[in-house]
Design a protein around this ligand. Sequence first.
Ligand SMILES: Nc1ncnc2c1ncn2[C@@H]1O[C@H](COP(=O)(O)OP(=O)(O)OP(=O)(O)O)[C@@H](O)[C@H]1O
Ligand SMILES: [Mg+2]
Length: 481
Amino acid sequence: MTDRQKTNSTPRSRSRQAAETPDLSSVLSAKVVGQPNVISSIVPYVEMFQAGLAPENRPVGVFLLLGPTGTGKTRTVEALAEVLHGSSRNLLKIDCGEFQMEHEVAKLIGAPPGYLGHRETQPMLSQQKLTAVTSERSSLSLVLFDEIEKAAPSLTRLLLGVLDRGVLRLGDNSSVNFEKSLVFLTSNLGAKEMMREINPDFGFQSATSGAAKEDVSQKLQSIALSAVRRKFSPEFVNRIDHVITYQPLDAEAFAAITDHEIDNLQNHVNTRLGIRCFAVEVPFPTRQWLIERGTSPEYGARELKRTIHKHLTQPLATMVAKNQVEPGARVRVEVAKNGESLVLRATENGEAVAPSHPTVLLVDDNRDLLQFLERLMAEAGWELLAAESAGEALKIVSKRKPNAALLDYMLPDGNGVDLAQRLQRIVPNLPVIMMTGTMLGAEEEAICEEHDFPVLRKPFLATDVMNQIRARISARAQNGR
Ligand SMILES: Nc1ncnc2c1ncn2[C@@H]1O[C@H](COP(=O)(O)OP(=O)(O)OP(=O)(O)O)[C@@H](O)[C@H]1O
Ligand SMILES: [Mg+2]
């Protein structure tokens, strides 16, 4: 058995990794919207690594990501880092624009001994840097060479060695091993030509039928491939496992990305402000307004985050700083009458319909946790209905109607996701929060997503649970108004 197989294929590490990345494809698709081909191209390489079957003497996988701007190329690698390592920062990103001149390439690999100042030039690519972006969860490093077409030719030559043998030789003659790395190259090659292809006058905006979309996507693919062949040598192109062309995003994808960003903002408010958190209410016309300003065929979703930041996050922060939002209140965001800006209006705490001392159903067979939360909630004036099984919970709910339910996924007589759906048949719109010590299966994840059951992974802070419950109850109360 080789070293590589030894490190990756012990049954323990295999089952650990499998448990932690239950269904990579579905988790990634929620983060990278509208690019199914991208996910189906990349995921098998990650799985191959997790199974200990990645080939030797080369990186685990090498991908060239092409396509129009703002369609998720960089986001894909960040999302993979989030899923594999828990943070988008676990990613070694080389901005190739910084290596346009031959002498700048030394920054990447360090200067050879004998050169003045060689000791001060720490290589940007080193074995430590590769290891630093791995995590306890996975030993796979993600390396991103962004805008590869901008790099000096010597960088492409260095890369050829990496793609070919999985090794990079540094200035001091030591070497960096890429056998446990996925290498992503992104490029704007062919982007101008693609833009002409997706110009709104005759492009994808009018291409609503599946066949027309398919046609645009094939044209983009062939534009991308011929641009790549013009720029890079055949040896280089042959060592790339997949050349992936991103598709222009459609209205549905823009809407999903917008919803996702607004959910992130709400989560941020909940976790950062703790008991002072409040609900942000963004109705459909406001979402449409943000989409119109933040997205375009030319720039994809690139401006969306900035638009949300400018028109939503910043004004919200100002309101908080000026003490204009009561804890537990809600802030409704509407388009101004002239259609030019957004208006944020905070309701008084008293205006919120949400009960200030809610009754919460807690179902878990962990007695210690039950008792701990019971004490904490009682201190806050909340009432707790505790059950240790699904059967017991259903009995309680037939007599008392809670304002929210906190359910453990693993129950002695079933699972929390099933129970949640049964409870909602008895108490329609009951806000439900799932707790779990393991990852949910793909099907359960999908049900939670569909029914909007947030999933809290154990261990968690008691204040986080209470904030989640508070935010859910007040959001539900407002929607029901
Ligand atoms: N498919 C997508 N799914 C989710 N978010 C996306 C997607 N595409 C773009 N975004 C949003 O737009 C932002 C910009 O996307 P990203 O940086 O991935 O663009 P890119 O394709 O790398 O473009 P460029 O060629 O200009 O570098 C992301 O941070 C994300 O908020
Ligand atoms: Mg990018």
